[in-house]
Design a protein around this ligand. Structure first.
Ligand code: BDP
Length: 720
């Protein structure tokens, strides 16, 4: 009887561990390490990894050991023994090459030179005459990255029989920007409150901080800016620095450097100085003293991120100085400790004739004037994280400046937490854009990886979508964009599909039907939101402040460029912003031949048409349709695509765990309603100007424009 019970318990536990319908709250992210489902592969892996061993005692090596232990155990379903000395075949060894006894006989200088300080090498080699898998690097963090890579191979069903991998990051600073406020809210955060519990730090150090750092290390992210760019100076006070120190102590093991957003007027607000003028010696001294204090607590502190003279934030212009004066003052303060400054190029002056031109006009005259430890952090588009923008013309226009990219992973303008949008295609579209700055092939990827203009200090930032929700991002698919950001920051040559494929296998399943279905949802998802929100180059037609739903009618802000009507310029004749010579001439900020292409009505890519041109409603498009009919068509196609996503997801019932399946099903229902809302509100609004009918055969809006205008969202998440 006892035997029978044990057998039943055994069967039940196998079922519970392996069943795709097992509940899953998403907390484990892509690091699930469930048993390899392909039995052939499982057999091979068990042959190839019979014992493992990690040399080294640092906390990073201890993290690598822990990862290997839980990874192998989960994936191979056995407790793979940890060896103390070289055994027979099927040995897995991970070590920092320079500190390793076991690997010293191997000549790996070429590979290790390529790997440089953060990369790694994974090889199948003979050791003592037996075949072994070797993970090595020049540094402990390189080994940890290698361990994650190796486990990813197992998670995704890769062949590990004859490995020959050398991998290294193309970009040096790979950071997340947390727009988290010290009171626990997250500006434009849609996954609950901040994960940083400043109130209980530094004594209460939550496990979640380690889990956060580990997840980032698994995709190569090596920096975190802790607080909102609209920065509370309090972060620079002693009590908060002590809290930050406790977090930095957690991050260090995982190769993550801490940065903070600095308020430019901190010397006045905290130091009681009369001014924050960057050329004032007292002010400079205040920052130097502050830097000394910070580094005494956090010796590997990364530096500052600054939003200056933008949306009411203070900055050097308030003292008659330039952005370069401001950035260089901070750079001087952190320089002795190896720190850097990330100075944002997101600027506003409310009287700009064309806000899309402003950053370029303000910053290009400063090229060559920034200190060598300053990076200019530029949003991907010239405006503000819209579902689609042409790339910012600043990329390629400042060859003497370290330029870094700022993407927004949190989806402020793409349906926020309730929408399913895989952002890799948006990131890739920007990275692959050719600026033509030094002729053909001058892609943005090459601007920011430093290869175009020979910069060694390179960076990329993603505004984080992480919050205290159990699944971290509020929507399981939000995890895919966090994952994709890290993978592309490491290697911008990876394709969106490759990354999606990895993520699906690690997050859901290795079943080819499931992979295909989820890819069919993810890959077109960004284009889908563009279609039902702002097709053909329309932009910034969001509801005032909440940025959640449509508001193309918004025209009441005292700042002209906070109004939707400023951007779409629709009138009875047509729609679109003329940015050619007859208009704002923003086309001229791009290099030839792109400037000519954008300026030409016939050559301009359709996805940017209304960004650069004001076009009559009855203009004949390439498709033969009038512009009006084409706009309608996009809005309707967008809604249809969301419904197709729903059908595909519904077909997965029972193929993945019920908890995540149900959550996503409900979120897609919200997205479907939102898409209809966007479509109806926009089509009805633009129709008041075009005075043309919605093409025959299309579903007619079931609410009036007045109804859509009356909706308000005072408590929409993420506003403050
Ligand atoms: C805008 C956001 C605002 C941010 C700003 C920024 O609405 O909350 O503070 O970007 O990037 O899109 O500084």
């Amino acid at each position: 009887m006892r035997k029978l019970c044990v057998a039943i318990i055994g069967l039940v536990s196998i079922f519970v561990c392996n069943s795709p319908v097992n509940a899953d709250d998403g907390y484990r992210l892509w690091l699930r390490y469930d048993l390899v489902s392909n039995s052939q592969r499982l057999k091979e892996y068990r042959q190839q990894v019979k014992e493992w061993m990690i040399e080294g005692n640092s906390s990073t090596m201890a993290a690598a050991k822990h990862e290997m232990q839980i990874g192998l155990h989960g994936l191979l379903g056995l407790k793979i023994p940890e060896a103390t000395h070289l055994g027979g075949s099927g040995m897995l060894i991970a070590a920092t090459y320079q500190n390793s006894r076991l690997l010293s006989g191997l000549s790996l200088s070429n590979e290790l030179q390529k790997a440089s300080s953060e990369g790694f090498v994974i090889l199948t080699r003979k050791l003592n005459g037996n075949s072994a898998t070797i993970i090595t690097a020049n540094t402990d963090i390189g080994v940890l990255y290698g361990v994650f890579h190796f486990l990813r191979l197992l998670q995704t069903g890769g062949d590990i029989a004859a490995l020959d991998v050398v991998s290294y990051p193309k970009i040096k600073l790979r950071t997340l920007n947390h727009w988290d406020n010290l009171k626990g809210t997250v500006e434009r955060g849609y996954a609950g409150f901040s994960i940083w519990d400043w109130h209980t730090l530094p004594i209460y150090v939550k496990q979640r901080y380690t889990d956060y750092a580990r997840a980032n290390a698994s995709i190569g992210i090596n920096g975190a800016v802790m607080n909102n760019v609209n920065a509370d100076p309090l972060i620079l006070t002693r009590p908060y620095l002590l809290k930050a120190e406790a977090l930095a102590n957690v991050f260090r093991t995982y190769g993550i450097r801490m940065y903070v957003s600095a308020n430019f007027d901190a010397p006045i607000k905290l130091g009681r100085l009369k001014s924050a003028d960057p050329l004032d010696p007292q002010v400079r001294q205040w920052w130097k003293d502050k830097a000394r204090e910070i580094y005494s607590l956090i010796p590997d502190f990364g530096g500052f991120l600054v939003k200056a003279n933008s949306e009411g934030e203070p900055g050097p212009q308030g003292y008659g100085r330039t952005h370069a004066n401001g950035a260089n003052m901070l750079a001087e303060a952190v320089k002795p400790y190896g720190g850097i400054v990330m100075w944002r190029a997101f600027v506003y002056s409310y009287d700009a004739k064309d806000r899309a031109k402003q950053a370029y006009e303000e910053f290009t005259p400063l090229d060559g004037k920034f200190a060598d430890n300053v990076l200019l952090q530029v949003k991907n588009g010239p405006l503000d994280f819209q579902p689609r923008e042409p790339f910012s013309p600043l990329f390629g226009a400042m060859p003497k400046t370290n330029m870094m990219m700022e993407f927004q992973i949190t989806m402020e303008y793409l349906g926020q937490g309730t929408s399913t949008v895989y952002l890799a295609p948006l990131f890739k579209e920007t990275l692959e854009s050719d600026t033509y700055a030094r002729g053909k092939g001058s892609t943005i990827a090459h601007v920011i990886d430093g290869s175009l203009d020979g910069h060694a200090l390179t960076g990329i930032a993603g505004v984080s979508n992480i919050g205290a929700d159990q699944d971290w991002t509020g929507n399981i698919f939000g995890q895919s964009s966090w994952y994709a950001f890290g993978r592309l920051a490491w290697n911008h040559d990876l394709s969106s599909r490759e990354i999606a494929d990895e993520w699906i296998k690690m997050t859901f399943s290795n079943d080819s039907d499931v992979i295909k279905s989820i890819e069919n949802i993810m890959m077109p998802s960004r284009e889908t939101v563009v279609n039902y929100m702002d097709p053909l180059g329309l932009t910034m037609i969001f509801g005032y402040d909440h940025h959640y739903g449509p508001g193309p009618w918004i025209d009441y802000s005292p700042h002209p460029d906070w109004n939707s009507t400023y951007y779409h310029r629709a009138d009875s004749l047509g729609v679109g912003f003329d940015r050619t010579k007859t208009g704002s001439d923003a086309v001229n900020q791009y290099h030839s031949p792109l400037s000519d292409k954008f300026a030409s009505l016939t050559e301009c890519p359709s996805e940017h048409l209304l960004w650069f041109h004001h076009i009559p409603w009855d203009y004949k498009m390439k498709s033969g349709k009038t512009l009006w009919d084409e706009i309608c068509c996009y809005y309707y196609v967008g809604v249809d695509s969301v419904r197709a996503m729903q059908r595909t997801w519904n077909s997965l019932k029972g193929r993945i765990d019920d908890e995540r399946w149900r959550n996503e099903q409900m979120l897609l229902e919200i997205q479907q309603e939102d898409a209809v809302w966007w479509r109806n509100a926009c089509v009805l609004y633009f129709q008041t100007l075009s005075r043309m009918p919605i093409p025959e055969g299309l579903e007619q809006p079931d609410n009036t424009l007045e109804y859509y205008k009356s909706l308000s969202f005072p408590n929409a998440p993420g506003r403050w």
